[in-house]
Design a protein around this ligand. Sequence first.
Ligand SMILES: *Cc1c(COP(=O)(O)O)cnc(C)c1O
Length: 402
Amino acid sequence: MDEPSDCAAPVPGFDTLAVRAGGLRSNFAEHSEALFLTSSFVFENAAQAAHRFAANGEGYVYSRFSNPTVAMFQNRLAALEGAEACLATASGMSAIFSCCMGVLRAGDHLVSSQSIFGATVQLFAVVLARFGITTTFVPSDDPAAWARAVQPNTRMLYVETPSNPLTEIADIAALKVVARAAGAVLVVDNCFCSPALQQPLRLGADVVIHSATKYLDGQGRVLGGAILGGKTFIQDQIAPVLRTAGPSLSPFNAWVLLKGLETLGIRMERQCANALVLARWLSAHPAIERVFHPGLESHPQHALAMAQQSSGGAIVSFNVRGLGDVELRERAWRVVDGCRILSITANLGDTKTTITHPATTTHARVSPEARAAAGIGEGLLRIAVGLENVADLRADLTRGLG
Ligand SMILES: *Cc1c(COP(=O)(O)O)cnc(C)c1O
């Protein structure tokens, strides 16, 4: 297979990379990327088979190890994140799990933001704990708290920025200083921004994690994940875990994601623009108490967000006004139930706008006290803004807001 010759410009821009980077072309000279649905690859003779097995990664052997369609997705995403290397996984959670398996061992400790994806909290606090790996959870926006939480056995710092659903911003460069002093790896889950808005490796992160299920696919079709970082780190610490444990990305899903990346920049641009318009409109609405969106000047970390990200992102959360939990839930649910266009679902990153009531869905398993401490009340709603006309989204929300 050859690299298409039209992808050889010295420093192509983001959108050029999104459309062309990592492309491989077979002998049939297909224009669009080919889908290699094959579990194994054949050898010309016994000697070549022996060589492929010995060479460890050179040439294709078996799709649990590597596959040309998966390789195209990995190489394209690596180009977009500015990473030396990328390995794809079956889901975002398997990327996080495999990263932990590659970096940590029994007796190690990790410091994590407390505002992270619910399944990641469970993975750290329940699953890893069974194998003797302990976690301290700290506020994402307080670097001093991270430094205080470090122990002699701390090997990993883990953060999502902006956080879900309140869009708190973690200072990646400040956390890098804490990680360096601790001799720990700084891992950033870049799901909410995607490389179109934020490239954590350029801000000091060692490793980037993706749930490709969200903005990278962008159309709610397939699950996928990725781990990105330095070549040696990926080759020596992550690849052996993935080859052996086998949470491999299906070539079909890789092909869908590869095509998703081609429109990432333009989708994010429009979805973020829609989100900002909606956030400003919601801020001025009398039925709403507070809006959370990093693109608003009223966001407490607006300046930091704008330094790390090229825009505020496509997530908008807000508190409806009301007195007491019963009334707040009733008013929030009225907004949800008034929607005819917005989808009532917890997924995000889709071209279709989604609306979620975190207190009774994504964060329902969290205790009421912990929810209150995290600022996730009964009046909070989260919208992941898509590509519909903003006027239609506004009309949809107006029905329930009164
Ligand atoms: C969805 C999500 C994940 C998990 O990804 P899956 O593809 O569902 O396994 C991890 N982190 C964040 C921030 C997410 O939104």
